[in-house]
Design a binder for this molecule. Structure first.
Ligand SMILES: *Cc1c(COP(=O)(O)O)cnc(C)c1O
Length: 231
């Protein structure tokens, strides 16, 4: 299976899941998670139509995308892995959106460095919705406080929320994790309008993206089933 064929299969599954959920395909963005994936394969995914990529580590992202960004115009690069404070500056200058904003100290660093950018840096706040996941804000109060910090800065732009469901085959557990994110979105929309600040719901990976679509995700972060050889 080539990467283009993998993507075609995933597209079919996304379309089916959207149809079942009564949603339109164009409501949902497919991000290619390209951590550990070499540049040549990222280009293949780009030529097969992927325009949104996610990387976990700043250094790896810089090594690959400093060059790729010139060759692949209109690519949007997202950081989805936990970010250390000492990498915040490099991240703020490199990516379009940081989806893994999980603590206030990190926001304070991003406030410092985002003025060096041409446009505001997009921010998704990460919510911890599963017992065994380590990263993310732990409570709604935590998210409220983080939102206030982000909104103080003209150079940061709140765009929504991100979560990782627990790695399990129990679809009820996964579903409950996604519902927590949807509920948090509703509360944040009320407290911190306008709604656009919270429009992005980044949830769903290779093993759970169909459930995520049912639960309202509009950004799928998919690595394995795009880039790994399929039988
Ligand atoms: C690796 C990763 C993904 C992609 O996971 P797959 O199971 O390979 O699709 C999505 N989100 C985050 C935060 C990741 O670290």
């Amino acid at each position: 299976m080539s990467i283009a064929e993998n993507i075609a299969r995933i597209e079919e599954r996304i379309l089916n899941a959207c149809n079942k959920a009564g949603r339109k395909r164009d409501e949902v963005t497919l991000m290619g998670v390209s951590k550990f994936v070499p540049v040549e394969q990222i280009k293949e995914a780009y030529h097969a139509g992927i325009r949104c990529f996610g990387e976990s580590r700043v250094k790896e992202a810089a090594d690959k995308f400093d060059v790729l960004k010139n060759e692949m115009p209109c690519v949007r690069l997202n950081l989805i892995g936990s970010l250390q404070r000492n990498k915040a500056k490099q991240a703020a200058l490199l990516v379009d959106c940081i989806q893994s904003v999980d603590r206030d100290e990190l926001i304070e660093e991003l406030v410092k460095y985002s003025p060096l950018r041409k446009e505001p840096l997009e921010i998704l706040l990460e919510l911890r919705t599963g017992e065994e996941t380590k990263s993310g804000y732990e409570s709604l109060e935590g998210l409220f406080h983080a939102a206030e910090l982000v909104m103080k800065s003209d150079n940061l732009k709140l765009a929504g929320l991100m979560t990782m469901a627990p790695f399990t085959t129990d679809s009820d557990v996964i579903r409950s994790s996604f519902r927590q994110l949807v509920n948090a979105q509703k509360e944040l929309e009320k407290r911190f309008p306008p709604k656009e600040n919270w429009a992005c719901l980044s949830m769903g990976m290779s093993n759970d993206f169909e459930i995520a679509i049912q639960e309202g995700s509009n950004m799928l972060r998919i690595g394995t089933v795009i880039f790994k050889e399929q039988g």
